[in-house]
Ligand binder design. Structure first.
Ligand code: FES
Length: 180
């Protein structure tokens, strides 16, 4: 209900009526807020998103290997996992050397050489049987992944944490160990 305050140019004016100035202010405020939200939300998401994804990267991923089929001889196991880099998500292939030790425990080693990152191979050097061998600079590792002193690598191979689900081997993110 309007309260008439008088006539201005033949038109009635009321104190409850929204003036043009107020209407313009409200409109600019609304549009400005909308634009600010449009700029701030992507920045906030950019800041928070990698943190959220970091939790997901800690998940275990399934391999195609049955735990019952793992022997004492290291076997190369390739597996797929999702790599998240900020907003970019891609499917990558990981590799592990997997075997059971003398106690029947599963050992899953990273194949990435701790010297300069070449790929180590099992039992590939005739002069050093039953060892992991890196052909790039003749790096050597014991079967448990311990680096052999006197060869270039200065740390043991990283180890994958593992889980068994429905008889299948799952691997987590490879973890570094103390140097020999
Ligand atoms: S990268 Fe493996 S020994 Fe150098």
């Amino acid at each position: 209900m309007y309260v008439k305050l008088g006539n201005r140019g033949g038109k009635s004016v009321s104190k409850d009526r929204v003036s043009r100035r107020q209407f313009l202010n409200y409109t600019l405020l609304g549009v400005g807020g909308f634009m600010a939200a449009g700029m701030v939300m992507p920045m906030a998401r950019f800041a928070i998103d990698p943190v959220l994804k970091a939790n997901a990267s800690g998940d275990f991923v399934a391999t195609k290997v049955k735990v019952a089929d793992i022997t004492e001889e290291p076997q190369r196991v390739d597996f797929k996992f999702d790599q998240v880099d900020a907003w970019y998500e891609s499917e990558e292939t990981g590799t592990a050397w997997v075997y059971k030790n003398e106690n029947g425990e599963i050992v899953a080693l990273s194949p990435v050489c701790k010297h300069l990152g070449c790929t180590v191979d099992w039992n590939a050097d005739e002069k050093n049987q039953n060892m992991f061998f890196c052909p790039c600079h003749y790096g050597l590792y014991e079967k448990d992944g311990t680096n052999v002193p006197g060869t270039p690598p200065l740390a043991p191979l990283d180890v994958y944490p593992y889980q068994e689900k429905d008889g299948i081997l799952y691997l987590g993110k490879a973890q570094p160990r103390e140097g020999a």
